[in-house]
Design a binder for this molecule. Structure first.
Ligand code: PMP
Length: 392
């Protein structure tokens, strides 16, 4: 049987630099102890109190079909949270509950783009972005953010590709670079969106992991609320990656349309997961800070270790659970470097190339293992880089 072009073309072909990850997984399965600094998964599980709330909710009967747009109490709590954090009045009618940020990325692009439309996104990018855009029949167009600017996108570069495009996807705090977009960058982005009549899709799933600067939610930008769709998630803020729960914030009209899509795709999110999310969001800032704190500490640890040598340069991560390292002085590609590090030292990091061309010659270190393990892994990485640079 012939499959649709849309599904066979989803990933765009090629290894995309993920070979290192699959090789590391194979080595783990073969019993080799690997320091896994690859994907963005916390080294703690979901807090037991949230799991208790989930179990209690299931036992209390939240096991049938739920409201496809989200339970009223959760939409209310998310609306209050967004209002408090952004200052933009947000009501439950501006909130759609979705099964994770990834589903939000798909649904928002579905809402913004028609078949064949150009959809802009910033490179380096979270791995699923181009596939998500292709998945709705649109055409992904990468806008490079340069390493020399610490991966802060330049609005002029966006404007240069914006003619005829329908949407722009941004992500701050950023995975993989740790960049937090400055007020100047955000103002420039808003201007480009207005000049070229673009939807702004703002992936803010790392908004609780901020180490420097300020998080500016895209909906706070003047005259942008109606063209902006914000994606939030409990995956990173509450270590609930497996629960698959997040939200989209947008105009009432946008939420109405995307709600229709939910009816025809996901048919809502499990009621007991929504109740657990409601509970989790009620735990307050201190709870969220507790989940974010190890990443801040480990980010400092990595930056301090890198500061002690001059072969590898760290991109100063301002947020999120990763640090990007520029390893170009070793003469290897990110992929070549990561492969060698895995084979020789059993340390797995992601090649920059897996996040786009703009991150070539870099590797991304996920801060997702215990501090002593991270320190040891970084020691191997920096030693190897020094040896390569000497030989180069
Ligand atoms: N956006 C970014 C930038 C991410 O890093 C991730 C997960 N790693 C997601 C979206 C999706 O998160 P989830 O679907 O778990 O909410």
């Amino acid at each position: 049987m012939a499959f649709s072009k849309r599904i066979t073309g989803l990933t765009g072909g090629g290894s995309d630099g993920w070979d290192v990850y699959y090789r590391a997984k194979d080595m783990q399965e073969a019993g080799i102890d690997i320091a896994m600094l690859t994907i963005g998964e916390h080294d703690i599980g979901t807090d037991i109190s949230i799991l208790d709330a989930m179990y209690d909710a299931a036992k209390a009967g939240h096991v049938g079909y739920s409201m496809f747009s989200g339970n009223a109490n959760l939409r209310q709590r998310v609306a209050e949270r967004v209002t408090a954090r952004t200052g933009v009045t947000t009501t439950p009618a501006n909130v759609l509950i979705v099964p994770g940020g990834q589903a939000g990325l798909f649904a928002t692009h579905h809402a913004a783009c028609d078949e064949g439309d150009a959809a802009l996104f910033i490179d380096p990018y979270y791995a699923t972005y181009p596939g998500t855009i292709r998945g709705v029949g649109a055409r992904p167009v990468a806008v490079p953010a340069r390493a020399e600017r610490n991966f802060q996108p330049d609005p002029d570069d966006i404007a240069a590709r914006a003619e005829g495009a329908k949407s722009l996807l941004i992500n701050s705090p950023n995975n993989p670079t740790g960049a937090v977009y400055s007020r100047e960058t955000m103002a420039g982005i808003a201007q480009v969106c207005q000049d070229h009549d673009l939807w702004l899709i703002s992936d803010e799933v790392y908004d609780t992991q901020l180490w420097e600067g300020e998080h500016i939610s895209a909906r706070t930008l003047p005259d942008m609320a109606d063209r902006t769709l914000v994606i939030g998630s409990l995956s990173k803020s509450h270590a609930m990656t497996g629960s698959r729960i997040g939200w989209i914030i947008g105009s009432e009209e946008a939420i109405f349309h995307i709600g229709n899509l939910a009816t025809h795709t996901t048919y809502g999110v499990a009621g007991f997961v929504q109740e657990a999310a409601y509970f989790a969001l009620g735990q307050g800032d201190a709870f969220e800070a507790q989940i974010a704190t190890p990443f801040r500490r480990r980010r400092d640890l990595v930056l301090n270790l890198v500061a002690g040598q001059n072969v590898v340069r760290a991109v100063p991560a301002q947020g999120a659970m990763y640090v990007m390292l520029d390893i170009r002085a070793t003469g290897l590609s990110g992929e070549g470097f990561a492969m060698q590090l895995l084979d020789q030292h059993h340390v797995a990091v992601m090649p920059g190339e897996s996040f786009g061309e703009a991150a070539a010659g870099h590797v991304r270190v996920a801060l997702t293992v215990a501090d002593d393990r991270l320190e040891d892994a970084l020691g191997h990485l920096l030693n190897m880089a020094q040896g390569l640079a000497r030989a180069a």
